[in-house]
Design a protein around this ligand. Structure first.
Ligand SMILES: [Zn+2]
Length: 260
């Protein structure tokens, strides 16, 4: 009996140790802890530039908080995500693009965005259209006149997806071309988890991303709501992270941002 108790205690200690280690992988210790990115930066008009429908979930905590504080948030999504996770109920890429654009627009409505622009650049081939994307972003920056532009980091793209890196570099170039007065904010992945569990793309992210300036706590419900709306991609979290979404966001409870 005593031996059973000792074995149970050792197993419990190993399990707790593994959970503490897992929790630590989602933390960026150098980042400044803030309650609100919008308040910290004094945002009034924010322009987000992402690649696919559902990318905005990566920043949903900050976007939800910003619109609640009265920030006018515009979002440009470069593709309709027609090469995303095939949904069994959807026939073909064109219909998937249509479904995913509708999911994106619904999520943007729930987040309280003032404007959503969805381009139809080819999913996975945005980098072939860098010049056009940059020129179109210059035009939109001049029209919207944001004080802040949020996008992916050009060298990490959060997941190392080539479309993410392409929109990140186009948006960075567009800000430079419009005089550099718009503040750039890059949404970053937690490097610990990407480096340990993200395979080769994750290792690239961990190696190429700067340390974040800020860490902002997020409500898991905001993330889960995003995945509920993006129903055609519901299997993505389980496939990419090998855990149910609710468990992922139990550990992954901050968003990270770099402001150069
Ligand atoms: Zn994406």
């Amino acid at each position: 009996m005593r031996r059973v108790l000792v074995i149970a205690a050792v197993l419990l200690a190993v399990a707790v140790g593994a959970l503490v280690r897992l929790d630590g992988l989602f933390v960026e210790p150098e980042a400044q802890r803030i309650d609100s990115l919008a308040a910290e930066l004094g945002m009034q008009t924010l322009l987000c530039v992402f690649a696919h429908p559902d990318d905005e979930i990566l920043a949903a905590g900050a976007l939800d908080d910003a619109t609640r504080r009265g920030v006018r948030v515009h979002m440009i999504t470069a593709t309709r995500g027609e090469k995303g996770t095939p949904d069994v109920s959807v026939s073909g890429a064109e219909e998937l693009g249509r479904v995913r654009e509708a999911e994106l627009r619904e999520h943007g409505r729930v987040l309280g965005l003032v404007e959503q622009i969805v381009w139809s650049l080819p999913d996975r081939d945005v980098e072939l259209h860098l010049e056009k994307v940059t020129a179109d972003l210059v035009r939109e920056i001049r029209r919207i006149r944001p004080d802040t532009l949020m996008t992916f980091h050009p060298a990490s793209g959060y997941t190392y997806h080539p479309d993410h890196r392409a929109v990140g570099s186009a948006a960075t170039a567009a800000v430079e071309q419009t005089g550099g007065e718009v503040r750039l904010v890059y949404v970053l992945a937690p490097r610990g988890v990407m480096g340990s569990l993200g395979g080769e793309p994750g290792a690239q992210v961990a190696a190429n991303q700067p340390a974040p300036t800020y860490a902002m706590p997020i409500d898991a419900e905001v993330k889960l709501r995003g995945w509920r709306i993006h129903a055609s991609q519901a299997g993505y979290v389980r496939r990419a992270w090998k855990v149910p979404p609710r468990l992922l966001y139990f550990f992954f409870d901050e968003e990270h941002y770099w402001v150069p």
